[in-house]
Design a protein around this ligand. Structure first.
Ligand SMILES: Nc1ncnc2c1ncn2[C@@H]1O[C@H](COP(=O)(O)OP(=O)(O)OP(=O)(O)O)[C@@H](O)[C@H]1O
Length: 372
């Protein structure tokens, strides 16, 4: 077990800056998720920790020891690639057991078999162990590759989208499984994903990466409730957070959507005339359907027209037009029944100090940074 410390990591490939000063600390035994879009630098970060891509500047410490000049093999980390890196002519079993046979571990044969069997069971691939890798589906190969990493005693696991090729149902069950695998529970894990559900579900803490920089690090609650900026707010949640251009009006009101949205600005103390971006999560908006329904305390009533509705299982996503803006809401399915396009509706929108759900405020003049 070991702490991972990344300090000022930089890496360029020709004109592309893959890492632009990554600072990160993953605590001993922590499960840390690095979330970011394609090309953000996630894989490059893992490779730098594994020693496969030496950074141009900055340093990697594992267990407090500078890894500069330490070969990948000697770093004591086990990395799982999205591209599997399996031996194509070996069986699944041989792929999983081979690290244990290496001179580094020399695990006795019976114990190695037992270990492989245990992890194969957890990963739901016991019945595939005798098959050649060439005879496996992508999802099966991916689980073999993950097993090959997890069987190894390691100081840290580096996992690069290890569930990306599984279908939704299997991914969900594997996600739950993964956290309870003892080896993973106890071992420092840096887990890369572009799937926010995975990050929220798995990470003790989450780091959001964009353009080779860490934008925010926090627990799932911190990232969800106090996103550092509109990029982070937009990265979490489906449907995505509604982001609306607005401004602070006289009397400290917040206005957006051509004045249709008019909220108290609460204790934010913002100067009138200032431009702000309002962020409201679709689940924090309330549809007022009954004739006598009024906006709950602390929320503002807003007039809207239905644009489109879509059933999402027991809930529905309703997109409405408010003034010149579109807003997405998620409501119980029955509340959306009979909402044809153009139906006038009323919504309740939370203010910035709303209990539970609330409207977040961001500063468009400062790269969308959240206004505390
Ligand atoms: N070997 C390489 N040669 C040239 N450019 C590279 C190389 N590896 C990565 N890059 C570039 O560096 C940037 C970061 O790549 P990286 O693979 O770390 O992103 P990522 O966040 O893992 O993306 P994805 O989710 O698509 O895997 C990208 O712009 C990528 O094109």
């Amino acid at each position: 077990m070991a702490t991972l410390t990344l300090k000022g990591l930089r890496k360029t490939y020709g004109k592309v800056t893959a890492l632009d000063g990554i600072d990160l600390e993953v605590a001993d035994g922590e499960f840390f998720c690095l979330l970011g879009p394609s090309g953000a630098g996630k894989t490059t970060t893992l490779k730098a920790v594994a020693g496969l891509e030496p950074p141009d500047a900055g340093r990697v410490e594992i267990g407090g020891v500078d890894m500069d000049g330490v070969e990948p093999y000697d770093r004591g980390v086990a990395m799982c690639f999205e591209s599997y890196a399996l031996y194509p002519h070996y069986t699944a079993f041989d792929n999983m057991v081979s690290p244990l046979r290496s001179p580094r571990y020399r695990v006795p044969a019976a114990e190695a078999r037992e270990r492989v069997g245990r992890f194969a069971e957890l990963l739901g691939i016991s019945h595939l162990l005798d098959r050649g890798v060439g005879e496996l589906s992508n999802g099966q190969r991916q689980r073999v590759a993950l097993g090959r990493v997890l069987v190894r005693p390691a100081r840290a696991f580096l996992l690069d989208e290890p569930l990306s090729h599984l279908d939704a149902k299997l991914r969900q069950s594997m996600r739950a499984e993964l956290k309870t695998i003892g080896a993973v529970e106890r071992t420092t894990t840096l887990y890369v994903t572009h799937d926010y559900v995975e990050a929220l579900g798995l990470g003790d803490r989450i780091g959001v990466i964009r353009d080779g920089r860490i934008v925010q690090v926090g627990t799932r609650e911190q990232i969800w409730n106090e996103p550092a900026d509109t990029f982070v707010a937009h990265a979490f949640g489906k449907p995505r957070i509604n982001l609306l251009p607005g401004e602070v009006a006289e009397g400290g009101r917040l206005r957006a959507a051509g004045g249709e949205i008019d909220l108290p600005s609460g204790g934010s103390g913002l100067a009138p005339g200032r431009a702000v971006t309002l962020g409201v999560r679709p689940r924090d908006l309330v549809l007022l359907r009954g004739a006598g329904d009024t906006a709950p305390e602390g929320m503002a009533e807003v007039r809207a027209r239905v644009y489109v509705t879509e059933v999402l299982g027991r809930q529905s996503e309703v997109t409405v037009t408010v003034g010149d803006q579109r807003l997405a809401l998620v409501v119980p399915r029955e509340d959306a029944a009979g909402l044809a396009p153009e139906t006038p509706v009323r919504l309740a929108v939370p203010g910035p100090d709303g209990p539970g759900g609330r409207t977040l405020l961001f500063d468009p003049a400062d790269g969308g940074r959240r206004i505390a």
